[in-house]
Design a protein around this ligand. Sequence first.
Ligand code: BYC
Ligand code: FE
Ligand code: FE
Length: 492
Amino acid sequence: MSTDSRTGAAPAPTGPLNRVDYSQRIPNNVGLAGDRRLQRALEGWQPKFLDWWRQLGPALPTKDVYLRTAVAVGRDGWAHFAHVPMDEYRWGIFLAERDPDRKVHFGKHKGEPAWQEVPGEHRAALMRLIVVQGDTEPASVEQQRVLGDTAPSIYDLRNLFQVNVEEGRHLWAMVYLLHAYFGREGREEAEQLLKRNSGDLNAPRILGAFNEATTDWLQFFMFTYFTDRDGKYQLGTLKESAFDPLARTCQFMLKEEAHHMFVGTTGVERILERTAELMREHGTADVFPYGGISLDVIQRYLNFQYSVSMDLFGSEQSTNAGNYFTAGLKGRWMETRREDDHVLLGVTRELRHVEGGEIRTRTVPLLSALNLDLRDEYAADCAGGVRRWNRVLAAAGVPDRLHLPHEGFNRKVGVYAGHHVTPHGEVVDETTWRAGADAWLPTPEDRERVAALMIPEYEYGKFAGWIAPPRTGINDQPVEFDYVHLADEGLV
Ligand code: BYC
Ligand code: FE
Ligand code: FE
């Protein structure tokens, strides 16, 4: 234990509502102490999680990190900030408050009371959704494991670790559901969540994007912008679930998710600020020689991360998605704000697809195209961020702009898989694709040039030359605050 007076393993639970009990081995607001069987099962999983964290969690040794920890789930004051040694961080189980009158508000069970238990007929499907969701959380931690070695600042390093501990907690959230509601099978799935690993050829993570390497900080910021945003939208649909414990878990996870996307949005924004500054200063687009990242490389990283994140929505036409909806397991984004019958029988929509070498449209039942419905919401949200980034370029007097590539670009899942579509939406043949690919997707040379800039900057308040400092610090602390104490700086 540290002797630093600001350092505490367990934050004082001061939140106003639905307090989290930190006196327990596993902090929680689900009354774990009252269910000895479940408590024992989770306490059996805890050391395996901690082993996994030590082996595949953040690699950079630290003394402590200024972290946000959830202490309550109410609207205000749910988080507590303190310097915490990483291995004393308390991962816990927090569900949003229960609404005793909550009803199922879509699908064939519409109007019935929300479920507190898993109905037998939906058990397999629900477990599958929870496992897929749970699998992504530790995967991202694994992908980001070595980024601390090249952090552009102590501020950014702290944000990386914050994202990592929260993704770890999101795994806890899904493991709680598996243990509490799915018996022996659920416990086995919980074990598997630690055994599959990102990029492992024999036991990979379930979804494609979570097996890609996060090679550098530009990719990390693109990941938190585009891929954590898939998390936001998927959690948004699970938050509507008729299975109330899942809905409540996801509701609280979404609060944490906002910071992850903030890291991505502002990270890319700060890179652009610096790039634009260097472009003007030196009158050239190739800013690598001056220690910045060129816009064309940023665009290629964007193209890659957007396209692999689009794949995370599954096939545009999916009977799974329709069945999940009708059964009440997974709703639409903002389900309650949709002005229709929430059952969707007989409703149709347009779907773009490739036919005869061009993109055409056909009409399909909406129920069969709910993955696309969600993906469209996501794409519109992504476009908003790109507009924000372009304002940075405009304000700096740089005429170039970033663009989202066409939805069919570089796709491995769904109607565009097996076709070649350029970022501008032209269907092309293999030869044309190959000739263009280096202009559209990050090349090994791009990654090397970015990697060459990834030199750590661990001095408080200083920033690597390829990224501008943020406007403000975390939790009203100054930008130059000692957010992280590295292990090798000794006890000061
Ligand atoms: N890679 O009917 P289809 C997050 C599989 S991110 C590999 O089109 P469905 C986070 C699919 O499993 C949010 N395989 O798909 C972010 C199925 O396999 P089976 C994660 C894929 O079921 C950052 C088959 O293809 N949460 O939280 O309608 C950091 C046919 O699929 C992929 C969720 O995804 C792929 N990309 O939709 C940390 C929510 N896509 O069953 C965390 C839960 C599809 O035939 N998951 N397949 O063997 C779901 O709702 C759905 O499973 C999916 C797929 C939307 C993923
Ligand atoms: Fe997450
Ligand atoms: Fe996240």
